[in-house]
Each structure stands twice: as structure tokens, then as C-alpha cells.
Design a binder for this molecule. Sequence first.
Ligand SMILES: Nc1ncnc2c1ncn2[C@@H]1O[C@H](COP(=O)(O)OP(=O)(O)OP(=O)(O)O)[C@@H](O)[C@H]1O
Ligand SMILES: [Mg+2]
Length: 374
Amino acid sequence: MPAAAQPPDEVQALLDAAVDGVVLLDHLGCIQSFSRSAEQLFGYRAQEVLGRNVGVLMTDQDRSAHDGFLARYVSTRVPHIIGTGREVSARRKDGSVFAAFLSVGVVRDTEPPRFVGFIQDRTLQRRTGEEARRLQERLGHVSRLATVGETASGLAHELNQPLAAIANYAQACERLLARPGADLEEVREALREIASQAVRAGDIIRRLRGLAGPHRGPREPADINTLVTELSDLVKSDTEAHHVRYRLELTEGLPKVETHGTQIQQVILNLVHNAVEALKETPDKDRELIVRTSRSDDGDVELSVSDTGPGVSATLLPQLFEPFSTTKPDGTGLGLAISRTIIAQHRGTLSYRPNVPCGACFVLRLPSTRGGNA
Ligand SMILES: Nc1ncnc2c1ncn2[C@@H]1O[C@H](COP(=O)(O)OP(=O)(O)OP(=O)(O)O)[C@@H](O)[C@H]1O
Ligand SMILES: [Mg+2]
């Protein structure tokens, strides 16, 4: 083992005062000096590591990479790690591993070159970063819950209708059955109503979960055109049943977007279904629905759903995306609220503008994944 040259007292004092672990290395990466903070960080006494290769302070994987960095610098003088530093997995004497940031500098006018390494314990930062991320996720969840909280009275009202209907029909059944020679067909009809109202109530609750639940599962890059064309059969069965002409205008070569399961497709279906419903008020020959994809000026991916129906009325407009805003007798008014929440979770926006010359146009804008071309 080569003997390690001790630095002068002033330098040693400086090293010992440093908060980061400081090590001096020779051109082969052997430790020449080991500061007091490095002793605390790694659990080694300086005497135990002087003369040993710095790799003893790293995990096997980082050790081989690091050997390469120093050797390459000594032969080529092209700095890789030098002057920039990098995240490494450091290893203590007891074998435990911790996250560290290692910066390496060359000691001037030394030949062969000697190096000085600063090792910063990153455990705390990493933990803080993770906590911040968790907090952010929770905050997103809480704000969505708050939205649901605000609409609790709306929810009570919405659920009250099917529940009251169920109670009425159940009482009717009882009355019908109490009559001599009861008409079973009438009873059956009332029971069918009970079932359908119960399904409606369940549907409201199920859809509300979309607003409240934190989303799970991986995000995947997807081509927006593929997402739309996959829905073609479903959309066509809806449009053909209502005599609506359906046209796709897809821009090729769009960047990919990040999607979470089938959520984006659910949003598209919501918008298409709203358009088809709005078009019921328009004469058959003028019913047209267009789904377009394009790229916005700032590189986002856009999808619009436009129709030639009556458009959104001025009175509804301020609450258009609020839960339970509906003009339909059977609508829950959750479609757009949930769609906007989903798109926000994808870091995108969902907005409305009047269609030209008439009707409604909903525009969904999603950030493209970095460098992900279709
Ligand atoms: N394409 C459209 N043209 C005209 N009005 C629309 C259009 N899309 C939505 N609206 C209006 O916005 C309201 C809210 O739509 P939203 O999808 O949130 O709820 P809904 O369709 O009424 O009920 P559901 O929860 O069943 O979707 C609709 O009731 C309708 O008045
Ligand atoms: Mg709807």
C-alpha cells in the first residue's frame, strides 16, 4: 500500500472544518487525505482508508465507473466528472449505502495529477424531495376533494331524485299488490323503474369517484390519433343512430402525449356524446360532428370536438364546467366537470369556444412528451 503524504497543517485544518466529506486522491485514485467530516460520513478512521482506493467508499457499480473517469482524465485530460460532479451511491464502513453528491477537482500544477473530492450527504435532500412530491400529490387530491365538498349539496340533490322515485315506486308496488286481482304487469313496470333509478343513483356515485380518487398506475406515451381511431366504432354507433355526419380530420406526425389508462378516451367520448345530444335539436341534414387533431403554436397537442348544434347558451357558460350544471332532464352534469379534472391531471386544459358558423367546440390541449414523435 503506498504511503499517503500528509497535507500541511493549514490545509488539514481547512479539510477538517468542511461540512462535506473531503478526500485528496492521487492519480490512481488512492486516498491521500481523509477529513474529519468524511470520517463521520463513512464511519472509517482516516488511518483505515489512507492509501486505499477511493472505490472503497462507493458501491461496486459506481466504483468501476469512477475508476474509468479518473483513468480517462489522466490519459486524455478531458474532464468528465471533473468540475461537474454527479450523484453516486456511497458506502459506509458498515456496508450501508447512502445517496451522495461527489464533486471532483484537479489539484493545480500536480504531475501526475492529484484530485480533491467533496462528498455531500444527499439523504436529507432526497428525503425532503420525496416528501415534497408526496405533499404535492396529496394537495392535488385534497383540492379535488374540496371540489367535491363544495358540491356536496348538489350531490345530495342529485341523489335525492332517484331515491325519492324509488320510494314512490316501491309504495306504488305495495298498493298495487294489496288490491284483489293485482295487475302484475303494472307491478313489473314499477319494479323496472326502481331498478333503473337505482342504476342512475349508482352511476352518479361511480362517476363522482373519478373526481375524488387519486389516480394510480403508470402513465404511458400514446398517439392521440390512435386514441381517436380506436373509438371509431363506438362513436359511429352513437352518431349513426342519430343521423349525425361524423368526420375525422387528423394531423399526422404529432408528438405523443402522456396518458393514464383510458382516461383521455373517456373524455373524448364524453365530448362526442354531448355533441350528439346537442345535435338532436338540429334538423337531420345539418347534423355534423368533427373531431380534429393538430399541433398548437407552442408545441402542445390539440384535439377539438365541434358540432353544428345550438352551442352553449350564454346563461350556462359561467358554470359550464361546474359539477351538476346540466340542461338535460336526465343529465347528471358531471361529464364536463370530470373531463376537465382528468385533463388537468394530465397537465392539460379543456376549454370551450363557439363553433363557426354555429354550434359548440370543445378544445382539449395536452403537453407533448419530450422528444416523443409519433
Ligand atoms: N356540444 C354541446 N353543445 C351544447 N351544449 C353543450 C354541449 N356540451 C355540453 N353542453 C351543455 O353543458 C351541460 C353540461 O354538460 P355535461 O357533459 O357536464 O353534463 P350532461 O351532459 O348534462 O350530463 P352527463 O353528466 O350525463 O354528461 C349540458 O347539459 C349542456 O347543456
Ligand atoms: Mg355530458
